[in-house]
Design a binder for this molecule. Structure first.
Ligand code: ADP
Ligand code: MG
Length: 463
C-alpha cells in the first residue's frame, strides 16, 4: 500500500535526525509538516519563507538522498510556506531547545560512548596559537597512549576546550582500537562515587572500575583541592595505572602547583608527563572557530561572513561564549523572523558586547513580558491574545498561568505589573496562578519538562 505524505515525511525525518546535528534538526526540520504528495515529489510546509528557502537549499538534497534507503524509491522534496500556519499570530519559528540532552546518535563500539560528547573530536577542534601545544601533545598521546606523555595535564580557563581536547584523544583511540577500555570522569563525580562506595562498603568495585581501564580521563582536577580521602584514593589509582603503562589525561583550570590544598605527591605526579596550557584564541582563531561551528551545523548560508567577523571581534572571553553567541543569535533571529545580519547581532548580543567593554547600542532587555507570552503561547499552541483575554477555558488558563509564572521568575516583575500584562488582572489572581504552577511543577514531570524547555529558550535571550 502506498504511504501517505505524512508517513513518508515522518520516515524521512526519523532518518534525517540521525544524519544531521540535533540542533539543526530541531531548528529547521521539526517545525515542518507534510502538505501533499505530487507524483514523486513530496511538498513540505514550513512556518515562513526564510525556513522554506533555507530548507530548500540546505536540506532538500540530503532528504531526497535518504529516500531510496528509507522508502525503497527516489523522491524529491520541495519546501513551501504553509499559508495556513502563517496566519497564526504566534511565532512559528520559535524553537524550544531540546528538553533533555540528545541521546548519542553514533554507534561507537566502546562502552563509554554515553559519557563522551560525539562532537568533541580532533576533527572538530580548531587549532590556533593558543592551543597548538596542547593539541599537538594530545595528538601524540592519541597516537601512542601510555608511551609519550604520561600523564598529559591540560590546563586553562573555563570554556577554552580542555574537555573537548581530552575527549578527542579518547575518540581517536577508540576509533582505531575499539576495544580500548576508556574511563571518563569529572573530579566531582569521582569524589561522589568514592564517598558512596565507602558508605556502601563497596570500595573494591570502585577501585576495579577505575583501575581496570586503558585510558583514564579525569576532568577538572582542581576540584581535588582539600579533599584528603579522595586525594589518597586518587593517588593510588594514578600509581596503579601509571605502573601498568596506561594513559592518564587530566584537566584543570590552573597549574598543578597552583591548586591550593593539593598534596605534594600529587602535584609532582601531575608534572611527570607533559603540562600544556590552552590560552585565549586570537581574532583569526576565533573567526576560524566560528566558521567551523557554522559549517558543522550547516549554517554557512544562515550566518554571513560579516556577522562571523563581528562576533569574533566582539566576543573574546572564551570559545564557549563564542558558541553561546551563535546559539543566542539564531534563537533571536527565529523569534523575530529576521535574517541574520550584523544589525541583528548587535541587538541580540547586546549584553555580551557590553560585558566585553565594547561600544554597544542603547541597553534594553531582550526579554519582555510579551516575548515570554509569545514563547508560552507557541509551546501550548494558543495565541497571545488568548492568554491576555478573560477566557477561563482550561486550554488558556494553564498557559496563562505558566506565562505569569515565567514572567515573575525571569523578570521579577511586581504582581500588579504582571496582572496588567494580562489584561488588567488583580494581584490575587496572579498569586493564585503562581501557586498553581508551583504545585503542578512538583506533581507533573511532563508539565515541568515543558516549562523548563520554554524557560531555557527564554534564558538564552536574557544573558
Ligand atoms: P573547557 O573544558 O575548557 O571548559 P570545553 O572543552 O567544554 O571547555 O569547550 C567549550 C566549548 O567550546 C565546547 O563546545 C567545545 O567544543 C568548544 N571549543 C573549545 N575549543 C575549541 C576549538 N579549538 N575548536 C572548536 N571548538 C572548540
Ligand atoms: Mg571542561
Amino acid at each position: 500500500m502506498a504511504l501517505s505524505a505524512p508517513e513518508i515525511w515522518s520516515r524521512l525525518l526519523e532518518r534525517a535526525r540521525h544524519e544531521l546535528p540535533e540542533q539543526t534538526y530541531r531548528t529547521w526540520l521539526e517545525p515542518t509538516e507534510a502538505l501533499a504528495l505530487d507524483g514523486d515529489t513530496i511538498i513540505v510546509g514550513t512556518p515562513d519563507r526564510f525556513a522554506a528557502e533555507w530548507n530548500e537549499s540546505k536540506h532538500a538534497h540530503v532528504l531526497a538522498s535518504l529516500a531510496p534507503v528509507v522508502l525503497g524509491h527516489p523522491i524529491s522534496v520541495v519546501f513551501k510556506v504553509d499559508e495556513e500556519r502563517k496566519t497564526k499570530p504566534q511565532m512559528d519559528l520559535f524553537v524550544a531547545p531540546p528538553p533533555e540532552p540528545a541521546p548519542p546518535a553514533d554507534a561507537e563500539p566502546s562502552n563509554i560512548t554515553g559519557q563522551l560528547s560525539a562532537r568533541y573530536t580532533f576533527q572538530n577542534f580548531v587549532i590556533g596559537k593558543s592551543n597548538e601545544l596542547a593539541a599537538a601533545a594530545a595528538q601524540a598521546v592519541a597516537a601512542a597512549p601510555g608511551k609519550v606523555y604520561n600523564p598529559l595535564f591540560i590546563y586553562g580557563h573555563t570554556g577554552l576546550g580542555k574537555t573537548h581536547l581530552m575527549q578527542a584523544v579518547a575518540h581517536d583511540i577508540i576509533q582505531r582500537a575499539p576495544r580500548t577500555r576508556v574511563c571518563f570522569v569529572g573530579t566531582e563525580q569521582f569524589t561522589n562515587e568514592l564517598v558512596a562506595a565507602i558508605q556502601k562498603r563497596s570500595t573494591p568495585e570502585f577501585r576495579r572500575r577505575y583501575r581496570e581501564t586503558d585510558l583514564l580521563l579525569v576532568d577538572d582536577v582542581h576540584f581535588l583541592k582539600g579533599k584528603e580521602a579522595v586525594q589518597e584514593e586518587f593517588f593510588h589509582t594514578f600509581n596503579a595505572l601509571y605502573e601498568a603503562g596506561r594513559q592518564i589525561i587530566l584537566t584543570s583550570d590552573r597549574l598543578p602547583s597552583e591548586i591550593p590544598g593539593l598534596e605534594d605527591r600529587l602535584i609532582s605526579r601531575f608534572q611527570w608527563g607533559m603540562v600544556a596550557d590552552i590560552g585565549l584564541p586570537d581574532l583569526e582563531h576565533r573567526i576560524a572557530i566560528l566558521r567551523n561551528k557554522a559549517r558543522l551545523d550547516h549554517l554557512e548560508l544562515t550566518i554571513p561572513d560579516d556577522v562571523i567577523y563581528f562576533i569574533a571581534e566582539n566576543v573574546r572571553s572564551s570559545v564557549r561564549e563564542l558558541e553561546g553567541s551563535i546559539i543566542r543569535l539564531l534563537a533571536y533571529a527565529s523569534l523575530k523572523h529576521q535574517d541574520v545580519t550584523v544589525e541583528l547581532a548587535h541587538e541580540a548580543l547586546r549584553d555580551k558586547l557590553r560585558s566585553n567593554g565594547s561600544h554597544a547600542p542603547e541597553p534594553s532587555t531582550g526579554l519582555t513580558p510579551q516575548v515570554i507570552q509569545q514563547a508560552v503561547a507557541k509551546e501550548w499552541g494558543v495565541t497571545t491574545d488568548g492568554l491576555r483575554s478573560k477566557s477561563r477555558t482550561k486550554h488558556l488558563t494553564v498557559p496563562r498561568q505558566v506565562a505569569m509564572y515565567l514572567i515573575r521568575d525571569l523578570l521579577g516583575l511586581q504582581l500588579v505589573e504582571i496582572g496588567s500584562a494580562f489584561g488588567g488582572r488583580d494581584h490575587s489572581t496572579v498569586i493564585h496562578s503562581l501557586e498553581k504552577v508551583e504545585e503542578t511543577l512538583k506533581a507533573d514531570p511532563a508539565f515541568a519538562q515543558r516549562v523548563k524547555a520554554v524557560r531555557a529558550t527564554l534564558e538564552k535571550l536574557q544573558h
